[in-house]
Design a protein around this ligand. Structure first.
Ligand SMILES: Nc1nc2c(ncn2[C@@H]2O[C@H](COP(=O)(O)OP(=O)(O)O)[C@@H](O)[C@H]2O)c(=O)[nH]1
Ligand SMILES: [Mg+2]
Ligand SMILES: [Zn+2]
Length: 351
């Protein structure tokens, strides 16, 4: 078993990963993709590999293998040796007081931000998802569903296009394969997509159309079991009939805005630029003298609603990141304390 990029493309491998290999790796290791993470093992898939293997951790915060990761394995034992540098990573803060960082999915190329041509369409929510995509290192594509139910789907598309320079927007009837074909450019061999959006917008319908199977219940039927646990019977990665993969994990569905500072700056780069000459470095663009943002609002060169949404998102992000930083600091202090206690114990034993 060796590493063969053209066969690995079947599992979403692309040039990014080939460029991360050492010459020796090709003949000495095998590569496989993590398709599910369980408590004591990882489920992986690759050419001639469909196995459960031991979990993989390296020493940093983001070192544990997650869904979508590529691992280099010992070809004999299939033990994981190395985690390949990720192309992208979605992470979130766990529920509860600790609010630890959880890795959701890695190596997604494109995020379909799904909304419908009706009341679900909400600019602030879309901006949030765009920031999330940019932070993760993923190309966002806005997918407007239910085009068949709207008299003016092009109006929704036009408004969505204005959210970010160069943003892709596609309008579809999620139930209709010929309409969903517009999305195949992002769903081919070597491509991995994920999908976010509110309940009812047509995500499950879209997945069924993209996979060409009626795998997933639609119309508000829960996929979780009665106790609210997520059933994980091979639903994490779906193979698309155009050759790509779709990641659909519970974490991906519950994703929130965390640690997305640079993502927000990307989506609102025009306002960040306008704010550059503010007199104070830490200008909050409220009533500070010499505020360039307020001057632009006065002059009518920037949309005040957009500024308001930017401030709200940035404030929320600052709050979330602060609590994460505190959490990390206290984890470190706790680790040091344990080390000290162990060292003292050892020293006493040695007496
Ligand atoms: N007319 C129409 N109905 C759609 C479209 N997409 C989804 N639906 C319907 O909307 C409802 C919710 O879709 P579903 O895929 O379950 O949404 P999810 O909650 O995002 O997974 C279902 O009854 C679908 O049949 C569409 O593009 N056009
Ligand atoms: Mg659904
Ligand atoms: Zn200012």
């Amino acid at each position: 078993m060796t590493i063969n990029p053209s066969r690995l493309a079947e599992f979403g491998w692309n040039a990014h990963f080939t460029s991360r290999l050492e010459t020796d790796d090709f003949n000495n290791l095998a590569a496989a993709r993590v398709t599910a993470v369980h408590r004591g093992h990882l489920q992986v898939a690759g050419p001639d590999i469909a196995s459960n293997i031991p979990p993989f951790f390296s020493d940093d915060d983001e070192g544990a293998a997650t869904v979508g990761d590529w691992l280099l394995l010992d070809p004999e034992t299939l033990r994981p040796k190395r985690l390949l540098e990720r192309k992208s990573l979605f992470k979130r803060r766990a529920a509860g007081t600790g609010r630890r960082l959880q890795l959701i999915a890695a190596n997604i190329d494109t995020l379909f931000v799904v909304t419908s041509c009706n009341l679900d369409f909400n600019i602030a929510r879309l901006e949030r998802y765009l920031a999330l995509a940019r932070e993760a290192g993923v190309t966002p594509v806005i997918v407007l569903t239910k085009s068949d139910l709207s008299e003016t789907p092009e109006d929704f598309a036009r408004e969505a296009s204005g959210l970010m320079p160069g943003l892709f927007v596609e309008t579809v009837d999620a139930r209709d394969p010929s309409s969903v074909e517009r999305l195949t450019a992002w769903c081919g061999r070597g491509e991995t997509v994920a999908l976010v959006g509110s309940s009812g917008v047509g995500k499950s319908t879209l997945i069924n159309t993209l996979t060409g199977k009626e795998q997933i219940p639609t119309g508000g039927i829960r996929e979780d079991d009665a106790k609210g646990r997520h059933t994980t019977t091979g639903r994490m990665l779906h193979r698309l009939h155009s050759g790509g993969w779709l990641v659909d994990t519970p974490g991906m569905r519950e994703i929130q805005l965390t640690d997305v500072h640079s993502g927000i700056d990307d989506v609102f780069s025009d306002i960040v630029e306008i704010a550059e000459p503010c007199r104070f470095r830490d200008c909050r663009h409220e009533n500070e003298p010499g505020c360039a943002v307020n001057a632009a609002i006065e002059a009518g060169t920037v949309d005040p609603d957009r500024v308001r949404r930017w401030k709200k998102l940035a404030a929320e992000e600052a709050f979330n990141s602060a609590s994460l930083a505190e959490r990390r600091a206290s984890d470190k202090a706790f680790g040091k304390m344990i080390k000290r206690v162990m060292a003292e114990k050892k020293a006493r034993k040695g007496e």
